[in-house]
Design a protein around this ligand. Structure first.
Ligand code: 26M
Length: 809
């Protein structure tokens, strides 16, 4: 295939011909007879079929990477694929000729919610980068019938609605019946012996059919098309309760069907309340076992039963501990089905598997009761137990702290299977997602392992798809950049560096400001349409968008807004820079505190926005239902990026990178990847505040932090804000906020909101004061973009490919 042919449409005319034909093929009607939804569907189907053709035509040699993740938050695909195939302009012009602007078709696309937040979006960015770099990357995940709930706001409260994302069909997926595999749950392990040889089988239990749905992943340049394989659970015919069915007990027969289908019905939200649910364990095992069976089947076809070479040709990466069963399950298949010796199977597993940790929050570290685990996966469990036994037996008992080290690192402990330890022991590589985070893993979270096997540990600072989050999301700025430095930055994000000299070019800065304004208008319109809140685009757009969690401290941001509110009213000489505060994000259904913070923001918004004394200086908007598609509207409009988690809590953060790249200036703590952003942009182009990681640790360890001291030390200002939570000031919409006050004053402010308050507000005031000098501000903003190339996930994936997956060795 010639390079030219990688363009799926050769010209506008070629596109129009093919599109019109596709309307007949895919919808059985002419373009004019179709509605916008159908027109979108046909266009997506056409691009999907092109993508599949490219994949079928050329599958490059080389190591196959399998990225195992329970979440892939892929977002809308069409616009991104048009960019990657290099036909976005052609298609846009063609659609204009047809009288149906491309934007209108793009707005028809569903945004599959197959992930919670950062971890799921990272997996999607990695898929984009693997394809862009020509790596044979395969995603392995779950096809949830319902994605993460849709968030609507009623009287300020988050209300959850089902995400029926498959309602109108999903044009990108192909069901692959012929690739279905059987996954076994429960039953008993039976030992067989013959001629002195013995082996085990798992008998009985439930047989589930895992059916894959494949989604093509188009790489930039259109040369590589990879595959994202998402598994769906169906009853296996072998196991469908035919006896019950034949006896006329349809209810029983149908119950089995729905129990099995439940496995792929819903995505679990990452909150504490949902831990330990057996259905979650079933999901984890289903996609692990189905994925591994597929890998080995593919491998055996190509290389025969040369299992000892598996790690040379295949890399299996586990995204957090959710696929931790990969190790023991790979061993089970190798030993039981392929006749591989136990020790060799363990060696193969370790050589093949690697693991990324994404959090140090103790409540998020996965553990399962041994009894639950063993009953559901009796044979796989035996491999865990045997590895754990050998681990203890061969433990270096000569070390004086060996008992402590063993207690930290054993897989089985306190009646539980510790999934992080399982992941580390079965992997050759363990990485954190920012320099700071990896340091904390080594020094604390996984310290025992670091002492024993330091060579396994490495850092891989996260990255983002700059093509999606700048190229697609911010067309006005992307155009300006390409017109200025060419479009090479799309394939090599380091070329954004070429913008640096333009940070001192007055006309470029003016153009930048125009692009920003256009994006602010676009967002203001969206916010007005969805919430009724009007934002003045001459205000500074100050943005905090991410999942709601105590450690991310959206509450600290609210405290700052209430402080501004109080001071504007009581002190007429106080003239803060007029600012629009934009929030967006979801809270897990059962995370009461996080949901109360959402209600608080909406209550503050109501008070502030309708109070003529302040609403020309501050406005507050909560954008409902944060998702990849709405994120793509928000990042480009942002001028301040709020990254205010307490130091040592946010593993990396990735919205910090997306916002920086779009020319927003970070107001943040020294946490996660903020540390690296600071190093890259320099202290003049970022605003850092608050306690450092060590100071947080020392303060906690000292036991000397006392929230009431902070309250009493400043009754008129900080104390007053705490009081306002319960004195009716904010109660108009749906009541007071006793539980938030209790978190601060009774629970002694675990997240140090009161502690960092002054340093935060001062930092904000200094930063916004500097907005008056628009030239200096825009200069900083452009430098942020120019120095953001490092945070392209292309760089991250290159590092994974070299250091962990050993591609091209
Ligand atoms: C666990 C058990 C049951 C149900 C759900 C979960 C679960 C799901 C997702 C737990 C955690 C999950 O995600 C954690 C996460 O998103 N971590 C974020 O990962 C990003 C990418 O590395 C980082 O940038 C963020 O800092 C980190 O919080």
């Amino acid at each position: 295939m010639t390079a030219k042919n990688n363009r799926i449409f050769q010209s506008k005319e070629d596109f129009l011909t093919q599109y019109r034909d596709a309307c007949e093929t895919f919808a059985g009607k002419g373009f004019e007879e179709l509605n916008d939804q159908e027109r979108y569907y046909v266009l997506a189907s056409l691009v999907a079929s092109k993508a599949k053709n490219v994949r079928a035509a050329a599958r490059p040699e080389g190591k196959e990477v399998y990225y195992f993740s329970l979440e892939f938050l892929i977002g809308p695909l069409l616009d991104n694929y048009l960019l990657n195939f290099g036909v976005r302009d052609i298609v846009e012009e063609g659609c204009n000729d047809l009288g149906t602007p491309l934007d209108r078709l793009l707005s028809q696309e569903v945004d599959p919610g197959l992930g919670n937040g950062g971890l799921g979006r990272l997996a999607a960015c990695f898929m984009d980068s693997m394809a862009a770099l020509g790596i044979n990357g395969n995603g392995n995940g779950m096809r949830y019938r319902y994605g993460l709930f849709k968030q609507v706001i009623k009287e300020g409260r988050q209300v959850e609605k089902m995400d029926n994302w498959l309602e109108h069909g999903f044009p990108w997926e192909t069901r692959k019946n012929e690739s279905a595999v059987i996954v076994q749950f429960g039953g008993n392990v039976v030992r067989h012996e013959e001629n002195g040889r013995y082996w085990f089988t798992q008998e009985g239990g439930d047989l589930v059919k895992a059916v894959p749905y494949d989604v093509p992943i188009v790489g930039y340049g259109g040369k590589t098309v990879n595959n994202l394989r998402l598994w769906s659970a169906e009853p296996a015919e072998e196991n469908f309760d035919l006896d019950a069915f034949n006896a006329g007990d349809y209810a029983k027969a149908m119950k089995f069907r729905s129990d099995v289908e439940a496995i792929s019905q819903i995505l679990y939200p990452n909150d504490s309340g949902e831990h330990g649910r057996i259905l979650r364990l079933k999901q984890e095992y289903l996609f692990v076992s189905a994925g591994l069976q597929t890998i080995l089947r593919t491998y055996e076809k190509k290389f025969g039963p040369k299992w000892e070479d598996l790690g040379k040709h295949v890399a299996i990466h586990t995204n957090d501990t959710h696929p931790a069963m990969c190790g023991p399950e790979l061993m089970r298949i190798l030993v039981d089905d392929k006749g591989v010796d136990f020790d060799l199977a363990f060696k193969i597993a370790q050589e093949t598997i690697s693991y990324t940790n994404h959090t140090v929050m103790p409540e998020a570290l996965e553990k399962w009761p041994i009894n639950t685990f063993r009953a559901l996966l009796p044979r796989t469990y035996m491999f865990i137990e045997e590895i754990d036994r050998r681990y203890r037996e061969s433990f270096p008992h000569d070390r004086d702290n060996w008992q402590d080290l063993l207690a930290q690192t054993a897989i089985l402990w306190d009646g539980q299977v510790r999934m992080a330890n399982l992941s580390v022991i079965f992997s050759h590589s363990v990485n954190g997602v920012s320099a700071l985070h990896t340091g904390i893993l080594e020094a604390e979270t996984l310290h025992g392992f670091y002492e024993l096997t330091p060579e396994k540990f490495n850092n891989k600072t996260n990255g983002i798809s700059h093509r999606r989050f700048l190229g697609n999301a911010n067309p006005s700025y992307a155009r300006l950049i390409s017109n200025t430095i060419g479009d090479g930055w799309l394939s090599d994000a380091n070329e954004l560096k070429k913008l640096e000299p333009y940070a001192d070019d007055a006309s470029f800065l003016e153009e930048f400001e125009k692009a920003k304004l256009e994006n602010k208008r676009r967002l203001a319109k969206y916010i007005a349409d969805t919430t009724g809140v009007e934002l003045d685009t001459s205000m500074v757009f100050d943005v905090q968008v991410k999942r709601f969690h105590a450690y991310k401290r959206q509450l600290l941001n609210v405290f700052k807004i209430l402080d501004l509110y109080n001071r504007i009213i009581s002190d007429s000489s106080f003239q803060p820079r007029p600012t629009a505060f934009v929030f967006s994000g979801k809270a897990a259904q059962s995370y009461t505190f996080a949901k109360e913070v959402i209600r608080l923001i909406n209550s503050v918004a109501e008070v502030v926005n309708s109070d003529a004394r302040v609403n020309d200086k501050i406005r507050v908007a909560f954008v409902p239902n944060f998702a990849v598609s709405s994120a793509q509207l928000i990042y480009p409009a942002a001028e301040i990026s709020e990254q205010i988690s307490w130091a040592g809590s946010e593993a990396s953060g990735t919205s910090n990178m997306k916002l920086m790249m779009n020319g927003a200036i970070t107001l943040g703590t020294y946490d996660g990847a903020n540390v690296e952003i600071c190093k890259l942009v320099g202290e003049d182009n970022i605003k850092i505040f608050g306690l450092r990681t060590e100071e947080v640790e020392n303060l906690r360890a000292s036991g000397k932090y006392w929230a009431w001291d902070a309250y009493n030390a400043d009754r008129p200002r900080l104390g007053r804000i705490v009081d306002e939570l319960t004195d009716g000031t904010l109660a108009h919409l749906s009541g007071n906020f006793e539980s938030i006050r209790d978190e601060l004053m009774v629970n002694n402010d675990h997240d140090l909101v009161l502690k960092d308050f002054y340093s935060y507000v001062s930092a904000w005031e200094e930063l916004t004061a500097s907005y008056a000098d628009r030239k200096a501000w825009n200069r900083s903003a452009v430098l942020n973009t120019a120095r953001s190339g490092y945070f392209s996930s292309d760089r991250t994936i290159r590092e994974y490919a070299n250091d962990i997956w050993h591609i091209g060795d």
